[in-house]
Design a protein around this ligand. Structure first.
Ligand code: NAD
Length: 242
């Protein structure tokens, strides 16, 4: 049985991915930075269904904490062979209002988090000549968006990182892919307000509705098993970007 780490998986897209992976046979580590009660509730639910799940609180921006989490997973389940870099934050603001510490934090979590987790799991993947890394970008990693300059910069960088690593690691049997979700119905987008979300559904999303976290999870399951696919960015956005 394979071992999966899904960062930022106490709620939203990450929780749906962790649940889908556990239900398809992966031993899963659920990670979050806060609200461990949510992570523990999800892990308990999955265990009650007969699946394997543990949780570990760690800030993905903190390399030492990430290394400790990976050691914890190795001790309980064995080395990670599927990494889903899902943890991410968005703080929409006009560029001139972004404080240096906010800019740095968004980069440290969204992009630095990928660096820290990949560094932590890569030695085992290289040793095994096998592994799968899935990084969560966004439609704002493919297009620009007003008031999202920091977030969009990190999500563009995640696509660059994924493509470059895919090229570098393919000869080592390791696949790296990206998902670019559109507007998905999670806590993250509630800051936009219902009126804006309704307007987006009506005017920007050809399929006429927000996406569901489970629809991203299905793409994670697909990429986890898609043995001949690497370096790709899969849009799951209801047609937002065509
Ligand atoms: P969310 O805010 O609902 O959940 C975020 C999760 O990440 C939580 O579990 C939180 O504890 C965790 N987290 C945040 N900072 C962390 C840190 N430093 N270390 C560890 N965990 C941390 O978000 P979501 O909507 O489920 O989004 C998940 C991912 O998908 C993010 O990378 C986001 O950028 C991306 N995304 C979301 C949407 C959307 O519309 N919801 C669209 C495109 C991309």
């Amino acid at each position: 049985m394979n071992v999966a780490l899904v960062t930022g998986s106490s709620r939203g897209i990450g929780a749906a991915c962790a649940a889908a992976l556990a239900r398809s046979g992966y031993k899963v580590c659920i990670n979050c930075i806060e609200r461990m009660d949510l992570a523990e509730k999800l892990a308990a639910l999955l265990r009650s269904e007969g699946h394997k799940a543990i949780c570990h609180q760690a800030d993905v921006a903190d390399a030492a904490a990430v290394n400790e989490m990976v050691r914890h997973i190795e001790a309980d389940f064995g080395p990670v062979d599927l990494l889903v870099n899902n943890a991410g934050i968005a703080i929409p603001q006009q560029f001139q209002d972004i404080k240096p510490e906010t800019w740095k934090r968004i980069f440290d979590v969204n992009l630095g988090g990928c660096y820290n987790t990949i560094q932590a799991v890569l030695p085992h993947m290289l040793h095994e000549h096998s592994g799968c890394i899935i990084n969560m970008s966004s439609i704002w990693g493919q297009h620009g968006a007003s008031c999202e300059s920091a977030y969009a910069s990190t999500k563009h960088a995640i696509i660059g990182l994924s493509r470059s690593l895919a090229a570098e690691l393919a000869p080592s049997g390791i696949r790296v892919n990206c998902i670019a979700p559109g507007v998905i119905d999670t806590d993250m987008v509630q800051v936009l307000g219902q009126e804006t979300l309704d307007m987006l559904s009506r005017e920007q999303i050809p399929l006429g509705r927000l996406g569901r976290p489970e629809e991203i999870a299905r793409t994670v399951l697909y990429l986890a098993e898609a043995g001949y696919t690497t370096g790709q960015v899969i849009g799951v956005d209801g047609g937002f970007i065509i």
